[in-house]
Design a protein around this ligand. Structure first.
Ligand code: CP
Length: 311
């Protein structure tokens, strides 16, 4: 029986645990493709994928492109500055034109929450959310969960602390939805302005002390302070943020030796995480990036109609 029957991936909130596990198990199978000398399978041969990024990206855009190429799809990249959005064309009209150009799949990053869902309801092409404002970043959530499961062997009961700029974080939201569905215990850590108690309605614990979670966490996922969203006004200064919430070397020394240190990138070295800790033995930051390719191969394959876990 198929574990997936959707044409789109707009978020993890609406998925069942079985659907998330289908994607994780498919990603595990696809990870092997990247370890061969010939890193390519014909699963999406003849399909056209458009990477449509209206906000900047290094990891996600490149990862989707590599994933699509490994599945033998044809890939076109469009940025906001090189598109007719600059001339006043609407997102819907742009997307309909991409579909008229026979795009089978559109990977969208956009600053408006709900933009992927908006297109998914209006287009026959598959829409994959690569980050919609402060709403969701589902493939980042999946690759984080995939990395935890690969490293620790399970998700059920794992204690995950997500630290930092959470209130408007799409990465945090997708992690929370996915981790909670698979039975992890999630704690959010940060100043009350960025981590209000009201977030507990998502089924998580909230604390304003990073020191409280260091000894018990199985995973510490540090989030970037989003300078572009003018977060400085949410705390007195970067120095104070580092002293209260940064993963400094002295705090890292109090982690369990098995605790994973994660970060979705881009990293502000010396702010949310000390530079040596980011490069240290407990850091899996670059493994997250590698795993992103396998996860995105799984998502593209499933949304294109792949109905069983690849052999
Ligand atoms: N993690 C992440 O979304 O990184 P990019 O903004 O570089 O895609």
């Amino acid at each position: 029986m198929s574990g997936w029957s959707r044409k789109d991936l707009t978020g993890l909130d609406g998925l069942s645990a079985a659907e998330i596990l289908f994607l994780l198990d498919s990603a595990k199978a696809f990870k092997g493709v990247g370890e061969r000398s010939l890193k390519k399978v014909p699963a999406l041969r003849g399909k056209t994928l458009v990477n449509f990024f209206v906000e900047p990206s290094t990891r996600t855009r490149t990862s989707f492109e590599v994933a699509a190429m490994r599945l033998s799809a044809d890939v076109v990249n469009i940025s906001a500055t090189a598109s007719s959005l600059q001339k006043g064309e609407t997102l819907k009209d742009t997307a309909l034109n991409l579909q008229a150009l026979r795009a089978d799949m559109i990977v969208l990053r956009h600053s408006s929450p709900g933009s992927s869902h908006f297109l998914a309801r209006r287009l026959d092409a598959s829409i994959i959310n690569a980050g919609d404002g402060a709403h969701e970043h589902p493939t980042q959530g999946l690759l984080d969960i995939f990395t935890i499961r690969e490293k620790l062997g399970r998700i059920e009961g794992v204690e995950v602390a997500i630290v930092g700029d959470i209130l408007f974080s799409r990465v945090a939201r997708s992690n929370i939805f996915g981790l909670r569905k698979l039975g992890a215990k999630v704690t959010l850590v940060g100043p009350p302005t960025l981590v209000p108690k009201s977030l507990e309605q998502l089924g998580v614990r909230v604390t304003h002390s990073i020191d409280e979670v260091l000894a018990s966490a199985d995973v510490l996922n540090l989030l970037r302070i989003q300078h572009e969203r003018q977060r400085q006004e949410f705390f007195p200064g970067l120095g104070e943020y580092v002293s209260l919430f940064g993963l400094t070397k002295s705090r890292a020394a109090r982690l369990k030796p098995t605790c994973l240190v994660m970060h979705p990138g881009p990293v502000n070295r010396g702010v949310e995480i000390d530079s040596e800790v980011a490069d240290g033995p407990q850091s899996v930051i670059l493994e997250q990036v590698t795993n992103g390719i396998a996860v995105r191969m799984a998502v593209l394959y499933a949304c294109a109609g792949g109905s069983s876990i690849p052999a």
